[in-house]
Design a protein around this ligand. Sequence first.
Ligand code: KG4
Ligand code: ZN
Length: 320
Amino acid sequence: ALVEDGRHLLSNVISTSVKEQALYGGVVPEIASRRHCEFISATVKKALLDAGKTIDDVDAVAVTFAPGLIGAVLVGVNFAKGLAYSAGKPLVPVHHLRGHIAALYLTHPELKPPFLCLVASGGHSHIVEVQDYTHYHILGHTVDDAAGEAIDKCSKVMGLGYPGGPIIDRLARQGNPHAYKFSEPHIPGLDYSFSGLKTSFLYSLREWIKDDPDFIEHHKEDLAASLEFTIVDILMKKLRLAVKQTGIKHVAVAGGVSANNGLRNAFNEHAQKYGWTIYIPKFSYTTDNAAMIGITGYYKYLDKVFCSIDKPAFSKVTFK
Ligand code: KG4
Ligand code: ZN
């Protein structure tokens, strides 16, 4: 993506192997790395063409250096190093989760820190106090599975396909959210836990299938709606607590799970009920994209946070 002034998008190109990965029921790391290698050059070229710019017009090159599947992250980091080095531009390292938060600035140009942000993706579930454009305070995070991971795993158990989030979302719209109850975590403070819910979902299904082998087929809408309801309920409870503790009533949501209609509805209800000012990203900026990395890069560029050519890539890095 090419971005200008931290708010304007000049281009945003996505090359994805998700259909190929779906054949295997999840992301196969080697396939992801290979497709990154094959498509990164053409993808960057298209981003420049769409924006009507050349690399000489660019001030800096921003790249995700962590976290993620290391093979894929390495391809991006090394490509960006080559690009920045050959063009004589500074290289700006970006943490993926910071990118999800920055995606909000595209949808809400009026949004300015401080605000609270729930970041829920396939790998993370965090409550973040965004203090300014480059400083964050993590108030809570998941101690095991992420919200998106739990949805994907439950969808897989139901044989619904990958990625589970959009499938569960679609089915949930036609089901009863109170049809089934699954165990909710009892974890102190602002941290999350989703692995118990996943196990409770699996064990409950096993019992029900004993009586009716076609249970899932007959009840998939109610199962999806009840699962979604439980996950949204867990996410919102802690977020309400975070609002109470910090007194910050500007509340945002980001990450792949922010595409979920149940979660978006819950945000709207909370705005009405508790007087929150809410910020929800456009659907197209909820899942992984380069625009959000560019926006984050812009603010780090202003702070002159550059890295050297030997900066490593990491599969995991604590978000702080
Ligand atoms: O942020 P993202 O694109 O990638 C990671 O950084 O992980 O998030 C992907 C996650 C997946 O778990 C996917 O199932 C979930 O976001 N997701 C959704 C929806 N769309 C994507 N979860 C619930 N409802 C959706 N509509
Ligand atoms: Zn992501």
